[in-house]
Design a binder for this molecule. Structure first.
Ligand code: NOJ
Length: 560
């Protein structure tokens, strides 16, 4: 961190050390956020220019998570890194990065980097050295294995039956070594061997380097895959739709010694208070996510993001999360990211003929009031939609690499540039955007939505402001209300002295809710309503009946 950065941090720009629990994290896909130099690709100076949209005078988020900013051949949208220690010059200079950290800190925004430590690009110098022979400093840095004999045509046979998530085998033969290397993802993403002490030491040195530059948190890409079974046994097989599903992934992820690795990693972060990390759970259950969560090391679970937009699915997701995480572990809340469909599109589609605008507002309410640290993907605050991208315009090679048996879809559709204002380039770029903007960018942009108190952006701003001043919404316990039936999802969030009731109508018709008149809850204060067309009373008596319209969400506070 620069001297000015340290000075700023000392002047208490920041709140308590448990910001990672109370706060909201905003995910930026840097290529698509804001382009300052007009080359059509978002960059770090562009992010600096937009910090006021995110800081206390805007949304008021607590941290930004930057999807990878490192040099990368771009075979997997930046998740194929060729140098983990530097900034890709396309995004700016090293000085730009330090300035971004300082400028973010000045606004009370923490910075979280996305570390891809499971694999590198095949253009990473370690791999370039490793693949040429079995001797040399980096020879053992990757997961190399001898062939399991030869097939009938005399070709080397892969060491075991593991398959790639993106489709095809998880092993690629390297004739120069006479061995195979492993890749859970693309062949251009060879897997690092974390069991080699020098490899772990090098990874941790890289981690320290970023922390020294003022980074406040780290997202660990596909972290539960770091370790594989040392003997590389074949996975058992089972029935399933795709080659990946047809294996029980006993040996290529989630190894018993993995939690100890995370403890060693956490020890580095814990040298200073308030540093968080979040592991991206790869293809696992909510129980696995909860099991790997501890203290300020969070883990994404996919229960909410995978729930269809109906009350019973959302109630089940909330129940499963509460049961798995319990009181002692802190969950995350995620409804979209750079790998998944935009939430307004996905949820409205899953509900049938729903009004996607209303769904986006209610989804915002769920994201920001359910127990757990919310991760808000850029553009969701505008209700951005999946954008149709023709195959020849796709920027997601894995989507087309394998036509059969692949799990993946074209992620270009959820990575389109952020629209800031009307006009050519939508304020994202003065040049030609690297990926087309959504067809609605002329109206669905920050400038236009700021002027409309009913816009999705205004909804997010109201919700975020409410959350920032409502301890029960930040850190309170969650209890699904026993009367949460039919189309209604109802839950309370509570800290001593404050009880909040959240009501979501996830149906296409009106729903009724009778407020309890139980002693101690004589009346309720209306804190928030997604529907601002017909304002409700500010105070509602216990025992009153509320009618919620389709996809309407309201938040109430008990007046003792
Ligand atoms: C998880 C990332 O979120 C995804 O975008 C990427 O394709 C895979 N890891 C492989 O790097």
């Amino acid at each position: 961190m620069t001297e000015s950065g340290r000075a700023l941090e000392r002047t208490a720009t920041f709140g308590p050390d448990d910001w990672w629990r109370r706060g909201v994290v905003y995910q930026i896909y840097p290529r698509s956020f804001s382009d300052a130099d007009g080359d059509g690709i978002g960059d770090l100076p562009g992010i600096i220019d937009r910090l006021d949209h995110l800081g206390p005078t805007g949304l008021g988020v607590d941290a930004i998570w930057l999807s990878p900013i490192y040099p990368s051949p771009g075979k997997d949208g930046g998740y194929d890194v060729s140098d983990h220690t530097r900034v890709d010059p396309r995004f700016g200079s090293e000085a730009d990065f330090d300035r971004l950290v300082d400028e973010a800190h000045r606004r009370g925004i923490r910075v979280i980097l996305d570390l891809v430590m499971n694999h590198t690009s095949d253009e990473h110098p370690w791999f370039v050295a490793s693949r040429t022979g079995r001797t040399g400093r980096h020879a053992g840095d990757y997961l190399w294995a001898d062939p399991a004999g030869q097939d009938a045509d005399g070709r080397p046979r892969a060491p075991n039956n593991w398959v790639s998530w993106f489709g095809g085998p998880a092993w690629t033969y390297e004739p120069r070594r006479g061995q195979f290397y492993h890749h859970t993802f693309l062949a251009e993403q060879p897997e690092i061997d974390w069991r080699v002490p020098a490899v772990e030491a090098a990874q941790f040195e890289m981690v320290r380097g970023w922390l020294d530059r003022g980074v406040d948190g780290l997202r660990l890409d596909t972290f539960n895959v770091f370790l594989k079974h040392p003997d590389l046994p074949s996975n058992p097989t089972r029935a399933g739709r795709t080659p990946w599903d047809r294996q029980v992934h006993l040996y290529d992820r989630d190894q018993p010694d993995f939690p100890a690795l995370i403890e060693r990693f956490r020890a580095i972060l814990d040298a200073e208070p308030g540093r968080m990390s979040v592991g991206e759970l790869f293809d696992g259950t909510v129980e696995t996510a909860a099991g790997l969560t501890s203290g300020s090391h969070l883990v994404f679970d996919w229960t909410l993001i995978e729930a269809a937009w109906n009350a019973s699915a959302v109630r089940s997701a909330i129940e499963a999360r509460e049961e798995a995480f319990g009181e002692g572990r802190w969950p995350t809340a995620v409804l979209s990211n750079h790998d998944r469909r935009r939430q307004a599109s996905r949820l409205a589609d899953s509900a049938g003929a729903a009004d996607a605008e209303a769904v986006a507002r209610a989804a915002a309410t769920l994201l920001l009031t359910v127990r757990g640290t919310p991760f808000l993907y850029y553009g969701e605050e505008l209700g951005m939609r999946d954008v149709d991208i023709a195959p020849e315009e796709s920027v997601d090679p894995p989507a087309f690499r394998f036509t059969s048996g692949s799990h993946w879809w074209d992620r270009s559709r959820c990575r389109t540039p952020m629209p800031w204002s009307p006009g050519p380039g939508s304020g994202f770029t003065g040049g030609r955007p690297w990926l087309r903007l959504g067809p609605d960018a002329g109206e669905r942009n920050v400038e236009v939505q700021l002027t409309d108190p009913r816009s999705i952006l205004s909804t997010y701003r109201r919700l975020l402001a409410l959350r920032a001043t409502t301890p029960a919404l930040q850190i309170g316990s969650l209890r699904l209300h026993p009367d949460s039936v039919g189309d209604l999802v109802a839950y309370t969030r509570e800290v001593p002295g404050q009880r909040i009731l959240v009501l979501l109508n996830l149906g296409r018709v009106n729903s009724r809710w009778q407020l309890s008149g139980i002693p101690g809850e004589p009346a309720w204060r209306l804190l928030f309503d997604t529907d601002t067309t017909a304002p409700r009373d500010a105070v509602i008596a216990g025992g009153a009946t509320l009618i919620l319209g389709p996809d309407e969400a309201i938040i109430l506070e008990a007046i003792p």
